[in-house]
Design a protein around this ligand. Structure first.
Ligand code: NAP
Ligand code: ZN
Length: 346
């Protein structure tokens, strides 16, 4: 079927309205009528070529919420009319040790990204800035009824990308957690870490968003542009989740970790980062990375959000404002996730 979509025609070019082909619904597939698609900074990195060449035209979008319009003959998990979500991956081998462990995002054959990926049939995947998508039912999540669909869309990437490391490194009561960067991922990190019972600090470039940070669940808020922040908070944190889309001074942030603490990068800037190993050695510290989360953990996160009444803070936009939204995200002027109302793609 041919569907309407917004695509980047080439690296760094503005997105424009187009039509794309979606495959027929196979036995294990689900056809989703998309309602909302979040704008992730990864969409912008991809379109701008930060992460290398891409199979243009690219339809970005991996924070998808919609309603099931058709199910394949062998797909039993979802029914027509169900509210569902799709995140950053739409397939994986399903057989390697990592897939069997529920870590499909680390599939040894390579997970299939929701856009600009090569699907297992050889076709190039196209994402959620579109009216419909066909996805293997195993990669389709159930969106709990209690969640507002627009506010739920960003959970599919920003939510799981912060939830997974918070769980992995044991964020909870008695733990000091810092979140660096209060954007799409960062604001979810604050909400989730707070709901898990940790004491949360926001480390933002300025104090401009302090009121918001405290409202979202942080107890403390400091500006990283103030050098005193790094002396006052030295040795404080058990876990720091860095969501910044640009390079940071890794050593400066490592100095904020308690003995045995971990700085985990989820922010994925184009440039390599470097550090002085003494920053690790001098406190048995770890520097780590983490990529989204597995399918089962994504469902767990959605259920956790429903239970705790957590959604993203969103600014819903029409499709013709996508390019403006990109510029605002790049200027750190997002509060805190743009979400496209795909009904405006007509
Ligand atoms: P975003 O909404 O743009 O948020 C990033 C925040 O980082 C900004 O709001 C800003 O916060 C801070 N920041 C931006 N530029 C900065 C600079 N030059 N110096 C210091 N701070 C800066 O982006 P996002 O959608 O949350 O994504 C963040 C990063 O995570 C991107 O690199 C994205 O590709 C990556 N990502 C990774 C995964 C994964 O699986 N690991 C998944 C999704 C996204 P303040 O204004 O508060 O300082
Ligand atoms: Zn994303």
């Amino acid at each position: 079927m041919r569907v309407t979509a917004y695509a980047a025609p080439a690296a760094g070019q503005p997105l424009a309205l187009t039509t794309i082909e979606r495959r027929d619904v196979g036995p294990n597939d689900v056809l989703i009528e998309i309602q909302y698609a979040g704008i992730c900074h990864s969409d912008i990195h991809t379109v701008n070529g930060d992460w290398g060449p891409q199979p243009f035209p690219v339809v970005p979008g991996h924070e998808i919420v919609g309603v099931v319009a058709e199910v394949g003959s062998a797909a039993t998990k979802h029914r027509v009319g169900d509210r569902v979500g799709v995140g950053c991956m739409v397939n994986s081998c399903g057989e390697c040790a990592n897939c069997r462990n529920g870590d499909e995002q680390y599939c040894l054959q390579g997970m299939v990204g929701t856009y600009a990926g090569t699907d297992r049939d050889g076709s190039t995947t196209q994402g959620g800035y579109s009216t419909h998508v066909v996805v293997d039912a195993d990669y389709v999540l159930s969106v709990p009824a209690g969640l507002d669909p627009a506010a739920a869309a960003p959970l599919l990437c920003a939510g799981i990308t912060t939830y997974s490391p918070l769980r992995h490194w044991g964020a909870g009561p008695g733990k000091q957690v810092a979140v660096v960067g209060l954007g799409g991922l960062g604001h979810m990190g604050v909400k989730l870490a707070h709901a898990m019972g940790a004491e949360v600090t926001v480390l933002s470039q300025s104090l401009k968003k302090q009121e918001d940070g405290l409202r979202l669940g942080a107890t403390h808020y400091s500006a990283t542009s103030d050098p005193d922040t790094f002396t006052q908070l030295a040795g404080r944190f058990d876990l720091i989740v860095n969501t910044v889309s640009a390079p940071i001074d890794v050593d400066a942030y490592l100095s904020l970790l308690a003995v045995g603490g971990t700085l985990v990068n989820v922010g994925a800037p184009a440039e390599p980062l470097s550090l002085n190993v003494m920053s690790l050695i001098g406190g048995r510290r770890s520097y780590a990375g983490s990529m989204i989360g597995g399918i089962a953990q994504t469902q767990e996160m959605l259920d956790f959000c429903a239970e705790h009444g957590i959604g993203a803070e969103v600014e819903v936009i029409s499709a013709d404002r996508i390019n403006d939204a990109y510029a605002r995200v790049l200027a750190s002027d997002v509060r805190y996730r743009f979400v496209i109302d795909t009904a405006t793609l007509g």
